[in-house]
Design a protein around this ligand. Structure first.
Ligand SMILES: [Zn+2]
Length: 369
């Protein structure tokens, strides 16, 4: 920020509701007062370890995915219908699952509310007598403070994304997060290389591929448990600018193979791995939407990646598109409908089907537990 006075501001508030309001409006308010960084904490927020929620970290999940050559799905959510669809889809397809939220999704749900939503999902797993492991992961954490806050409130895994900084800065921040996380038995994902595209608070115009020659040193210096790499995937629903009839460019499997050769058996993560399924785009546009020039990663390429050292595949946009398609259809076909259950219910069903499809036909994670 230009002209800031360089001071940090930490505000303590008494209720989670006030925290949500402050997180929404605080930055604007305090930025105008020129503080360098504003952290909002709930005064009486109880510390919660993820084991109390029946969650697991990603260590054993990845070890098994590596041996059996599949990828664990990491699905993003922002609300109750999404987490219900994800957990139902994964129970029904007997797949391990990583439930993940970005910092802004956590603010949207409410930091205090979130563990209760996840506890509900875990209770569903138990009630169904399902043995699937469930992790709660912070997607694109951007500071040590946010990572600590998540670790102290029920997260079993965190990502620290300092990939846009220099190698040295990235290494330093990732190491600091690892020290705190490992003391609480929480696993850490970091990133080398930059993905293009827009997703929540992550924005990058251009991608830069991961440099395999940096990987060993980064892992040695940081001690992270998994590494997100940039090999041609990107965030959002508009991954490539394609001319009619043109195919998306293939992923850089040569970079992935070189990384595998240098650090055999180390879990690799793919971000921005939605396929932007044509049936959802067509439905959205048929029912009054305007989604043009969309393109994603072909499923065939994701299948190939999932059978390699890629142990975690992040899917966000495809879930958003599935729900939007279902909701648009209801609004156009039944314009007098105003009961949220009548459109959020079908949206939840559409997402559940998509989750089962991904686990079964793309990631190979179905039927493993
Ligand atoms: Zn991402």
């Amino acid at each position: 920020m230009n002209g800031c006075n360089g001071r940090n501001k930490e505000i303590e508030c008494k209720t989670p509701y006030f925290q949500t309001i402050l997180e929404m409006f605080g930055p604007v308010l305090f930025n105008s007062m020129q503080f360098r960084k504003v952290t909002v904490k709930v005064k009486n927020m109880k510390k919660l370890h993820y084991s109390e929620l029946g969650l697991l970290n990603t260590k054993d999940m990845f070890a098994r995915a590596m041996t059996e050559k599949y990828a664990v799905p990491a699905y993003n959510f922002n609300n109750m219908e999404q987490i219900q669809a994800i957990i139902t889809g994964c129970i029904r397809s007997a797949s391990p699952v990583i439930l993940q939220v970005s910092g802004s999704a956590r603010t949207y749900i409410g930091a205090t509310f979130l563990p209760h939503l996840v506890a509900g999902a875990r209770a569903m797993v138990e009630e169904m007598g399902s043995p699937i492991p469930v992790a709660l992961h912070l997607d694109h954490g951007n500071s040590l403070e946010l990572a600590k806050d998540c670790i102290d409130s029920g997260f079993s895994s965190v990502m620290i994304d300092a990939s846009h900084h220099s190698f040295e800065e990235n290494t330093k921040l990732s190491r600091q997060v690892v020290e705190y996380a490992h003391a609480h038995d929480v696993t850490v994902e970091a990133e080398l290389g930059v993905l293009a595209g827009i997703e929540d608070e992550v924005v990058a115009e251009k991608s830069s591929y991961t440099r395999p020659e940096e990987v060993e040193r980064f892992l040695e210096l940081t001690g992270v448990d998994s590494l997100a790499i940039s090999i041609g995937t990107s965030h959002g629903a508009h991954k490539f600018k394609l001319k009619p009839g043109e195919e998306p460019p293939p992923l850089k499997f040569d970079i992935l193979e070189e990384i595998e050769r240098r650090v055999p058996g180390f879990p690799i993560v793919l971000h921005g791995a939605s396929s932007v399924m044509i049936e959802h785009i067509e439905k959205i546009n048929r029912f009054g939407g305007a989604m043009e020039n969309t393109a994603g990663i072909p499923e065939e390429q994701l299948r190939r990646a999932a059978a390699s050292a890629v142990c975690k595949v992040n899917i966000d946009s495809d879930g958003r598109l599935a729900m939007t398609a279902a909701i648009r259809q209801i609004f156009i076909e039944k314009p007098s409908e105003f009961d949220p259950r009548k459109y959020l219910g079908p949206a939840r069903d559409e997402l559940t089907e998509m989750i089962i499809h991904k686990n079964t036909s793309v990631l190979g994670s179905a039927g493993r537990y």
